[in-house]
Design a binder for this molecule. Sequence first.
Ligand code: CA2
Length: 152
Amino acid sequence: MKAKKQIRALVIHGPNLNLLGKREPRVYGKTSLQRINQLIQAEAKSLNIQADMVQSNHEGELVDLIGGAKVNHYSGILINPAAYTHTSVALRDALAACGVPAVEVHISNIYGREEFRHQSLTAAVCVGQVSGFGEQSYLLGLHGLVKILRNK
Ligand code: CA2
């Protein structure tokens, strides 16, 4: 019998998420990005999958990471596009074309904030979105992504 290929998830953090835990704790909590990555890594281990984390403040670099996911043998993407959620046709096009499923996550509830955050250009080309559960949004999103990949 052929062994099942291990699921590999690429976790992408968008612009300014490197500031987590250092500024605006009332909106984004006190947890640092490093701690969030540790939590994701622990969850990935319990799900028996591999997860690699990256953060970039640069739109083009994010486009390249998304576009390279499939050739780099990732089975799916978990992404917090941060401010680019609301502005980036380039990220939307990259997600639509990348050939692997993506789940969008947000720490804050973007629908309970300023009106310009209510629109996500990227969510429609993702398989789902999790918003408003703090750092737990990443873990919930990872579970959703893995469920979709296991049912494939
Ligand atoms: O709630 C989220 O996860 C967001 O994606 C965070 C973005 C925001 O633009 C989105 O509307 C919602 C902002 C990320 C910047 O994070 C910071 C963290 C600490 C201090 C300053 C910014």
